[in-house]
Write a new protein. Structure first.
Length: 204
């Protein structure tokens, strides 16, 4: 019953966001197109519930700049001014409400990470996939990308073990506050979260 209620909340709130924020979403899409070009959306395979891959949508925040050898420049060099602002305000995440509406994500849950990371998790860390990934989550409101991978995964598994509707409501409220505070956007010295390279113990 709790899962059904959670899904109904996801459908209702994601529908409201997509409808009432549609002028903002279209405006951001236009700005990205004018300043960065096409495609407007960044699409990437991420691991969802039980590790099932799905296509995650975000507004594109980086340019396709390359060096003389044709290699992509570091993320910090490719991040556009508009993209940096979108990230600070978490507006680049708005297209993920479509993922929520489709049932691939929930409003609250561990953040969806790269499919390539699946074989790198420890058995404990792999438990983060026992629930749907979320637009926001317990790790997001307790440090966001400023956390180390170990800290982030500990918080994800804690959420899996302690999930309840009241906790989701608390996380959503704290997320709104975090967005306006603009803290924890990235780890010190990194424009984006560094790659997770794995552990000695592998997940099955």
């Amino acid at each position: 019953m709790r899962l059904l209620i959670k899904r109904l909340i996801d459908i209702c709130l994601s529908t409201l966001v997509l409808i009432f924020l549609s002028p903002l979403i279209l405006g951001i899409a236009l700005l990205v197109w004018l300043t960065t070009g096409r495609p407007v959306l960044f699409e990437q395979l991420r691991a969802g519930y039980r590790g099932k891959p799905f296509t995650l949508f975000k507004f594109r925040t980086m340019r396709e700049d390359r060096d003389a050898q044709g290699r992509s420049l570091p993320d910090s060099k490719r991040l556009s001014k508009l993209g940096n602002l979108l990230r600070q305000l978490s507006l680049d995440e708005l297209p993920q409400f479509w993922n929520v509406w489709k049932g691939e994500m929930s409003l609250v849950g561990p953040r969806p990470l790269l499919v390539d990371y699946l074989p790198r998790y420890s058995l404990k860390q792999a438990r983060r996939h026992e629930v749907k990934p979320g637009v926001t989550g317990w790790a997001q409101v307790n440090g966001r990308n400023a956390l180390s991978w170990d800290e982030r995964f500990e918080l994800d598994v804690w959420y899996v073990d302690n999930w309840r509707l009241g906790l989701d409501a608390r996380i959503l409220w704290k997320t709104i506050r975090r967005v306006f505070q603009r803290d924890g956007i990235s780890l010190d010295g990194h424009a984006t979260m560094p790659e997770f390279t794995g552990n000695n113990q592998r997940a099955l």
